[in-house]
Design a protein around this ligand. Sequence first.
Ligand SMILES: [Zn+2]
Length: 296
Amino acid sequence: MATPNELTAMRRAIAISAQGLGTTSPNPPVGCVILDRDGIPVGEGYHLRKGDHHAEVNALTAAGHRAEGGTAVVTLEPCNHHGRTPPCRQALIDAKVSRVLMAVMDPTSRGEGGAVVLEQAGIEVERGVLEQEALLVLGPWLHSLRMGRPYITWAYTVGADEDYDDQGVSELRRTHDLVIRRNGAIEEGSPASHGADVFRVPVPPLGDEPGKALGTLTEAGARSVLIEGSANEAGRLLAAAVDRVIIHLPGVPPSFTRVAARGQGEELVPSEFRLVSVEPFSSYVRLTGERAVRYQ
Ligand SMILES: [Zn+2]
């Protein structure tokens, strides 16, 4: 069982991990908090981009010797493979932590991930701690991994001119690997954020075959793609693969006389999507819908 202190640390790890959204791909956005033997937070870190240190190593570096006998709280099972950096499970063993809490298990580890090796090293391991909450950040990455293609978001404003640059849509760019603009241009969501040798921006056009287009986006190293604008060709091309819609509805006055036939038959959110959040944003109402089946 996780203690209240540890749950607080996991929420903190989840929160800071979100800062990696849009830059870590093809790696996952992960956060980690280290508690000392008395349960006091002594270090934290997250993964920023491929080739940089993983969250656990950043957090252990911050904690220094105070990690000894303490607890590592991490949003994803620590890695067990030698990649560009040594495996995190070894860093945790070397730091002599006595306990590791993880939210989401890494599906790429096939049961041979960091958790098992940590246990073999005599470290107490807790799995699935606040897993559903951690999936708020890791969900699209996990979905992308399972589907073998990026998680696709289509964002648009109801009734807006297509050349209208909606602030609500443009501020979503930085949390996505790739953005497909209204004119078909493909851009890195946050320019030069992934590291040049691990990510390339595909050159449009994407063609007219959905499978091929998804393949191109996947090969680029993208785990998340944002399509902007309702009249975007890419939206039509990839419609069947869209995982999430974010719709901005212009605000209306408190009392509104409906003109005959207006809006009849129009779907506010496509019927195959489930509304998961509704919030006022700027002069709009922002509706987020997710395809009914997701993640697992
Ligand atoms: Zn790692």
